[in-house]
Ligand binder design. Sequence first.
Ligand code: PLP
Ligand code: COI
Length: 345
Amino acid sequence: MLTQEKTMNIEWGTLPFAYFPTDFNVRVTYKNGKWLEPEVSDSEYIPIHMAATALHYGQEAFEGLKAYRGIDGKVRLFRWQENAKRMRRSAEGIMMAEVPEELFGEVIKKAVKLNAKYIPPYGTGATLYVRPLLFGSGPQVGVKPAMEYTFMVFVSPVGPYFKEGFKPVPIEIVHDYDRAAPLGTGHIKVGGNYAASMRPADRAHKEGFASVLFLDALEKKYIDEAGPANFYGIKDNTYITPQSKSILPSITNMSLEQIAKDIGLKVERRQVSVDELETFEEAGACGTAAIISPIKKIVDRSNGKVYEYGDVAGPVSTKLYEQLRGIQEGTVEDTHGWTEVIEGI
Ligand code: PLP
Ligand code: COI
């Protein structure tokens, strides 16, 4: 009854991108070389061994996807199989037990269904964020992989990551911090990458920017990515996005590349030098949490140089945004088979 009252009072339209308690989460343990049966929990806490490898050696990876309430009332997941694949790559990268795709799908759908009343209504701009988490829960003191793992999924209703929503934001190029190294872990979704980004991100926020734009760690010449989102630029009817070993392969970016082709743009994935920023007509950051966040201006913190793209979202970013949201919410035909309706809610 209490939670029912709680959801009835949610101001869906002003939800921040933040933790919001829901009723249930789902957990699975990997033990003796196999995954056990998923268990439903109503606790927000996890009992964890004090020597768990997640706590000491960062054996931890996570994912982020969303459940969308469509215009037709149906609830859709967007390309969840890609999240499952990326979580397996993350697990492989830091030697954790891999979660099979079928188990991943079963657990995320269960977590969404159990918390169906927290799925924001269509048209509010909010969605149900789904957070799968995999970590070494078994003890080790030497630096080596755990023998036991926990895979769990919780959900939270959220608004867009950048509070401005689909409004251009200022971002800041940093030269004095790296998020990830070319042969490090930037290409997988492990917690350590995010720890490394916190100090420059916090400074950027204090300096009035929505996010940091990281450069390649080796030469400091090329754009890597924008905090928790990939970067793209638009010029000459072309969608251009960085190629780099140290950025996370974004499922949103991959989808935008396809949508860009569908609407008649050329697509280039290649190195993008800082100098090229002044040639773009539009720029943006994209990701599950960020959706598309158009960029108003980019300031290079090392020399004060400013690249401006305007206070209003450009026509290409607007079109990409509308197509992407439309597919996710069932207003645009899903010609690539990217969405799956969760039956029974
Ligand atoms: N880059 C980083 C570092 C991220 O954390 C995310 C979010 O997952 C993205 C990019 C966007 O990826 P996706 O579109 O798969 O959410
Ligand atoms: C996402 O876009 O899903 C993310 O995981 C970004 C973030 C909140 C780390």
